[in-house]
Write a protein that binds this ligand. Structure first.
Ligand SMILES: Nc1ncnc2c1ncn2[C@@H]1O[C@H](COP(=O)(O)OP(=O)(O)OP(=O)(O)O)[C@@H](O)[C@H]1O
Ligand SMILES: [Mg+2]
Length: 327
């Protein structure tokens, strides 16, 4: 009789697509003046098929982080790897696409010419057909014969996006992908990102458009002065409680005295009372207290924190209490 050995094959650590460990960057060290600590020990992990959003105020270090990952600028300390290959190395960039924050093309280049030229450098198979497909995909087929220098900002970014995706990358870095795009373009990019995610691509994006980030990203990190100050799933970060506003039939001092000790952030304006709740049982407790006093409910509005609320609270809290930093 033969023994049957059951082997369960689990995929290699799912969080290993992008691995950033204590990354540091100080600008100005060579000349020893105007020293700026742009990254101060950043550690982030991103898994296969995730859409990861990096948020942060201007100058937080978002672009610096992407540039270091892609070997465009040197790190001062720490380490990182993409798809298991340490940066900076050719192997770590092989299956990567990149849309820079401020993409520029040579003055003479036309849209199609740019994609053909860079596509040849990247050795994209079946290039002509792929260029046509990508021009269609970003809505630039009609304008492809015109010079990029005469494009609008949004049109240039669309060509940049086509270029970032042309080599069918497994990991895509997008620095402010929807900056300058019209509402149709933004929606289109959202759909494109979701579609790429479904195909198992990993997307790392920097953005200031928090409403969009909230819609598309699985997880986000908030960077402030070169440090990660919060990281987590969008749902978890926005689950810090919700703000309730209840209009009642009759509010008075007695109702205030009953509710203010038990409800967080209690306030009253005429017959409208407001407070924050962490879960439904807290809301039920408030309603029971109101009804027990013979007061009627007229309207209940419950507002959850948005990612923008979380971002603003986090950054303002950090800047009040946190270290001043170098920059
Ligand atoms: N080449 C450079 N030389 C010196 N300092 C630099 C250089 N590039 C960036 N910095 C500084 O590093 C810090 C981080 O800049 P970075 O461009 O990474 O910020 P960011 O988060 O992308 O900002 P934004 O939201 O405005 O795009 C800033 O203080 C910036 O002035
Ligand atoms: Mg930037």
């Amino acid at each position: 009789m033969t023994d049957v050995i059951e082997v369960t094959v689990t995929e290699k650590n799912e969080m290993n697509t992008i691995k950033i460990n204590n990354l540091q960057k100080t600008y100005g060290l060579l000349r020893k003046k105007n020293i700026v600590r742009a990254l101060d020990g950043v550690s982030i992990e991103v898994g296969k098929g995730e859409i990861f959003g990096l948020l942060g105020p201007n100058g937080a270090g978002k672009t610096t982080l992407i540039k270091i990952l892609l070997g465009i600028c040197r790190r001062s300390g720490g380490s990182a790897a993409i798809l298991g290959h340490d940066i900076p190395s050719v192997a770590s960039r092989k299956s990567v696409g990149f849309l820079p924050e401020d993409i520029r093309f040579p003055n003479y280049m036309k849209g199609r010419c740019a994609l053909m030229t860079f596509g040849r450098i990247m050795r994209v198979p079946n290039l002509r057909a792929e260029v046509d497909r990508h021009l269609q995909m970003v809505g630039m087929a009609e304008a492809a014969g015109r010079k990029i220098k005469n494009y609008s900002r949004g049109m240039t970014r669309r060509i940049g996006l086509a270029l970032a995706l042309l080599n069918n990358p497994r990991v895509v870095f997008l620095d402010e992908p929807t900056d300058g795009l019209d509402p149709m373009g933004r929606r289109y990019i959202r759909e494109l990102l979701m579609n790429m995610k479904e195909r198992g691509k990993t997307i790392f994006l920097n953005s200031h458009i928090l409403g969009e980030v909230e819609t598309v990203c699985d997880r986000v990190a908030i960077l402030n002065r070169g440090r990660v100050v919060r990281v987590g799933k969008v749902d978890e970060l926005t689950d810090g409680g919700s703000h309730c506003r209840i209009t009642v039939s009759r509010a008075d001092d007695a109702l205030d005295s009953a509710l203010s000790p038990i409800m967080n952030g209690y306030a009253r304006d005429g017959n409208a009372i407001s407070f924050t709740v962490r879960d439904e049982s807290e809301l039920d407790r408030a309603i029971d207290t109101i009804r027990a006093r013979g007061v009627g409910l007229r309207e209940l509005v419950q507002l959850k924190d948005t990612l923008e609320d979380v971002f603003l609270k986090t950054i303002s809290g950090e800047n009040q209490n946190g270290p001043s930093g170098d920059n």
